[in-house]
Design a protein around this ligand. Structure first.
Ligand SMILES: [Zn+2]
Ligand SMILES: [Zn+2]
Length: 401
């Protein structure tokens, strides 16, 4: 059974969390803050036990290469004693009863310990602000997307990533230099299209990994190991070279799910034309909101370091909804239509002259409101611009010599 860890407040015993603004671990109840040194001595934070010459590239054959995504593990919550059942790749888990996060130390220890972590810089409040701004620009969004309860589903997520650099030289005159490409090492919750739209992460701001950073956050460990991660990139580099050599042969490949991808990689060898490999293991911060609407999973995410946002489209409310709601524009249109008979009857002299005059004034006011309303909603839609998903972002990390 794996070892659990929880940062409980030394003063009041409540579970603590990592405070993004204070950059340290804080108690929500008595508001005490504790620095790294204190945490090290009081919580026996693990230190990096990897040897000083440890190199992921050389050690790939010896460190664990997992590829199970469905295996479950069971823990007992140290706060409330409730059972926590979670997939084995999570390095922290939320207790379903007391809602506190516990850290699963065995997923962060020894040979599989992350080298570095990029701590969250952007708060949940900022993510929520940008998300609601985006939603307000969408007309007729279903209530599942703007309910206050949506806020509860936002997860601060530490995503495992391999930082990879190498040189690919299949012939003397053809060299590709890849620098600091983040290879997504677990794509179960944060999908590739979401992750690569949040680029870039500033690796230079990363800190040495400490578990206390994860207090109050969700985290997972890699399921695509060091060797397979490198094979994945080798494959892309080789394909780029082939495409350049025979531009006619370009073939689109279907994206594979993780287990198929790994099955395919296991058969391959590391490419002999790739040199100067450098690999290190990072956790990077992502705010994630997943909304399931009519059996479709939609993702809204933010780079927790830079604030770069990703958003799936918001579906329109369909006609099935019980109470059709009319907006201002619909009412104004109705008013204009209702007054047409009055204006048609006016020349015949049947009506008192004041009635058609009032109708004309109402028509003008209605038109004015329609124009103003449409200008406001257009401005709202323009306010939040969100980057289009860009999967082939590896090209941004390559220089061709
Ligand atoms: Zn406390
Ligand atoms: Zn609990």
């Amino acid at each position: 059974m794996s070892e659990l860890k929880e940062y409980k407040c030394p003063s009041c015993g409540a579970p603590m969390h990592y405070d993004i603004n204070k950059e340290s671990v804080t108690c929500r109840f008595c508001l005490n803050t504790y620095d790294q040194e204190y945490l090290h001595s009081h919580f026996e934070d693990e230190i990096d036990e990897k040897l000083s010459d440890f190199d992921w590239v050389d050690r790939t054959k010896y460190v664990w290469e997992p590829y199970e995504t469905d295996k479950l593990e069971k823990f007992v919550c140290s706060s409330c004693g409730g059972n926590i059942v979670t997939k084995s790749f999570y390095a922290s888990a939320k207790c379903p009863y007391c809602k506190h996060y516990v850290i699963i130390s065995s997923d962060l220890d020894g040979d599989i310990r992350p080298d570095k972590v990029i701590p969250f810089k952007v708060t949940k409040k900022e993510f929520w602000g940008k998300y609601t701004e985006y939603i307000s620009g969408v007309k007729k969004a279903p209530k599942e997307f703007y309910n206050k309860s949506v806020q509860k589903d936002i997860v601060g997520y530490y995503v495992p990533v391999w930082r990879y650099s190498c040189t690919y030289k299949p012939e003397e005159s053809y060299v590709l230099n890849l620098k600091d490409y983040p290879i997504l090492a677990n794509d179960v919750d944060v999908k590739e299209k979401v992750f690569y739209s949040l680029m870039p992460f500033e690796f230079s701001d990363a800190e040495d990994f400490t578990e206390s950073c994860l207090a109050g956050f969700c985290a997972s460990r890699y399921i695509i190991g060091a060797e397979n991660a490198m094979k994945m990139v080798d494959h892309v580099l080789k394909k780029m070279y082939n495409d350049d050599a025979n531009p006619q042969s370009k073939k689109e490949e279907n994206p594979l799910d993780t287990s198929k991808k790994i099955d395919k990689l296991l058969k391959n060898r590391l490419n002999k034309y790739v040199q100067n490999r450098e690999l290190s293991y990072y956790l990077v911060p992502v705010w994630l909101l997943k909304i399931t609407y009519k059996n479709e999973e939609l993702y809204y995410a933010m780079n927790g370091q830079t604030g770069q946002m990703y958003a799936d489209r918001i579906p329109k409310k369909t006609k099935e909804s019980k109470k059709p709601k009319y907006d201002l524009i619909d009412w104004m249109m109705l008013l204009i239509i209702l007054q047409i008979p009055i204006l048609l009857l006016a020349p015949s002299g049947v009506l008192n002259y004041k009635v058609p005059l009032t109708a004309v004034i109402i028509q003008f006011i209605s038109f004015f409101i329609i124009v103003v309303d449409s200008l406001i909603s257009k401005r709202k839609q323009r306010k939040t611009t969100i980057k289009e998903p860009k999967i082939e972002s590896i090209k941004d990390f390559i220089t061709k010599l």
